[in-house]
Write a protein that binds this ligand. Sequence first.
Ligand code: LMR
Length: 393
Amino acid sequence: MFSNLPEPTLDPILSLSVAYREDPRPEKVDLGIGVYKNSAGETPIMQAVALAQNKVVETQKTKSYVGLAGCEEFNQAMKTLVLGESNVLDRVSAIQTPGASGGLRMLGDLIKVAQPNSTVWISNPSYVNHKPVMEAAGLKVKYYRYFCSATKQVDAGAMLEDIAHAGKDDIVLLHGCCHNPTGADIDFEIWQQVTQLALKNGFTPFVDFAYQGFGDGLEQDAAGLRYMADHVEEMLITASCSKNFGLYRERTGVAMVLGQSQQDAMNAKGKLLTLARATYTMPPDHGAALVKTILQDNELTQIWRDELDSMQSRLVLLRAALCEEFRNQHSTNDFDFIQTHKGMFTVLGYTPQQIARLREEFAIYAVGDGRINIAGLTERDIPYVANAILKVS
Ligand code: LMR
């Protein structure tokens, strides 16, 4: 049976982490996978998470099953974190999922059951896992133009032109903030225009919200998504706690459905639960228990928000410092676009060959599509990285 299988292809992001770990060169820099590192190059447990963890360990009395939807208090808290105090909350149902990738898959499976002929439109480029997950759910995938490689900004005109072709059986997948991989976000007016298109042409928006808090702040990052949720009849959302709670390995995420009515949302949840039962049964509890503990406690929430804000500010400073290095030490403002991008990532616009040279000649690991993770930089790395980026250009 297994001899019929082709040689495995490696995941372009996860395989980099393995290669980085095995690289013996002391100067190596990991700008691959989307993980936040502090000035010491470490990814410590966030303070609020460590405090919540102590609390959970002290108070938890059982490791018995929680339930198919995971922790309902977590689901409720995540609805508010993502959607705010919106008056559509009673039309939104939510299930806890193993990370936002788990949420993507569950929602993909739900689309396949509810509207089997759907095409999912994704941005070009997009998070490398979007296409495989949607195709694994049996859905067709089409691209809409998104990024202008000359300006390194969103090409909003082209994006809207392509999205205008999405019809009532279609799904349009958007990045809530901190677009992965480009770092170029749509502004609020574009959220409004996509919302108008959804209302006019009948497609369903699907928002992947993996970086809330890393762009401009928790509330600001949610503004476009919240506007959309307040205006459309149906919408799908998946959100991650990997980055903003630093819970990467705990696989903590949520999938939400906004229905035309509360009943529709509950029916969708029921279907999601049977899909989850047939896939992984129920999500792991620990990460959600920590997030719930933080979000139900004002003091812990404040500690968490403060730390997240300082991570966000540091990303802005790192971007500025990298641009300054190019300007002051190499007399070029060709990289000023880095400062206009949001969140962890920026696309350099380099070819796979140039990215391979960064890795081979300088031990700098970036994703093959030219994405670098600014959150993987330390202040100390900046001169070395800027010099290498120029050397391979
Ligand atoms: C990334 O894009 O680096 C992260 O979202 C990690 C992942 O799951 O691929």
